[in-house]
Design a protein around this ligand. Structure first.
Ligand code: ASP
Ligand code: MG
Length: 413
């Protein structure tokens, strides 16, 4: 008998019919002897609808009041699910974040969980009840309702699992697991049985949006075994764990992540003196622009070129700042490029295998894809390439690292 926290996202509770299906699923686990705590999101589209309402009153709604309102989305789904369970003869009770006492800081719309009082839930579990908890919301010390940021129900699920020392936190969603890459780009992408927290964080932050990044961090920190599963299809899903299995069959690369959200800026002919990097990136960071990859070329004729990438939303801002820096420093020119994409190979297997990066470069070279920038970490190699080659690059790498499914199509069914 295990204690399992099951989190169902917005599409999984998007209609009354689906809520009934979720209730069936929960009942099946219960009948199998497990203790279940369920966390649910608002019905899909509901949080957006509520935010739209607020925006009709004000462009910048008061965050405290916004939280009072958007938290109602989850309050509806917990009650409906509890009703659906009770109708099936499963004793159940729903709680808001405030009722559980999910204590957060007071940073409205992006609050962080400080503490969870799990006693009330423990009592209900002992009494044989399924406990249904509202995701995404909490309460601060003064009793104000707070929310955890978009997609925050994942974090509620993980935090509850940690507080209850649950055996597993299951995240039910509209995909059947974490894939080697986006199946819309590579038809032969495969579901991973397992991935480590570290890898998942890289995959998530690089653009695979299966799980909220904060939830993965949280789960890693508290060693909560996390499993991503399809809400309405049977299957083992993907387990996200701490342990790195050293198996011969384990591929060196677990997945290929990519994103089109970055832009590249280059300042050329900068006098090469100590402090150059700081003179350039200081004002960029002061403008609140986050920098991702950085390359500084070896100097010749006492000048150097300096290139970095930023989020595309920050591109215009960064370009302006860079232009004024260039004038001040007497640099030759500033060049910007938004037609870039970043592709990364991710895998803990890199730690114990040499030549992974060169294998990546070889695969790209074979397709005649020019690499503009490179960065590496212990478990990741990223390159910046021209955006129009993105899909070709991802496919080539997927094949080169032997990630393709044995038969055509994906393994989703
Ligand atoms: N309902 C919230 C949102 O749409 C939280 C969640 O779904 O995780 O962002
Ligand atoms: Mg979600």
């Amino acid at each position: 008998m295990a204690l399992i926290v099951q989190k169902f996202g917005g599409t999984s509770v998007g209609t009354v019919e689906r809520i009934e299906q979720v209730a069936e699923k929960v009942k099946k686990f219960r009948d199998g002897g497990d203790d279940i705590v369920v966390v649910v999101s608002a019905m899909s589209g509901e949080t957006n609808r509520l935010i739209d309402l607020a925006k009709q009153i004000s462009d910048q709604p008061v965050p405290r009041e916004l939280d009072v309102m958007v938290s109602t989305g989850e309050q509806v789904t917990i009650a409906l699910l509890a009703m659906a369970l009770i109708k099936r003869g499963v004793p159940a009770v729903s709680y808001t974040g405030n009722q559980v006492r999910i204590l957060t800081d007071s940073a409205h719309t992006k609050a962080r969980i400080l503490q969870i009082d799990s006693q009330r839930i423990q009592r209900d579990i002992k009494a044989g009840r399924v406990v249904v908890v509202a995701g995404f919301q909490g309460v601060d010390e003064k009793g104000n309702i707070t929310t955890l940021g978009r997609g925050g129900s994942d974090t509620t699920g993980v935090a509850l699992a940690a507080a209850l020392k649950a055996d597993e936190c299951q995240i039910y969603t509209d995909v059947d697991g974490v894939y080697t890459t986006d199946p819309r780009v590579v038809a032969k992408a495969q579901r991973l049985d397992k991935i480590t927290f570290e890898e998942m964080l890289e995959m998530a932050s690089l653009g695979s949006k299966v799980l909220q990044i904060r939830a993965v961090e949280f789960a890693g920190k508290y060693s909560v075994p996390l499993r991503v599963l399809h809400s309405f299809q049977e299957g083992p899903g993907t387990l996200i764990t701490l342990d790195e299995e050293e198996s011969m069959e384990q591929p060196i690369i677990s997945g290929i992540a990519f994103n089109r959200d970055e832009a590249k800026l280059t300042i050329r002919g900068v006098p090469d003196t100590p402090g150059v990097a700081f003179k350039i990136l200081g004002p960029i960071s002061a403008a609140n622009v986050e920098v991702d990859m950085i390359v500084q070329n070896v100097a010749h004729d006492n000048t150097t070129d300096f290139t970095f990438t930023v989020h595309r939303n920050d591109y215009n801002n960064a370009l302006q700042v860079l232009q004024s820096i260039a004038n001040e420093m007497g640099a030759r020119e500033v060049i910007g490029d938004t037609d870039i994409a970043k592709v990364s190979i991710v895998g803990v297997g890199m730690r114990s295998h040499a030549g992974v990066a060169s294998r990546m470069f070889e695969a790209l070279a074979k397709e005649n894809i020019n690499i503009q920038m490179i960065s590496t970490s212990e478990i990741k190699v990223s390159v910046v390439i021209e955006e129009k080659y993105l899909e070709l690059a991802v496919r080539a790498l997927h094949t080169a690292f032997e990630l393709d499914a044995p038969t055509a199509g994906n393994t989703a069914e």
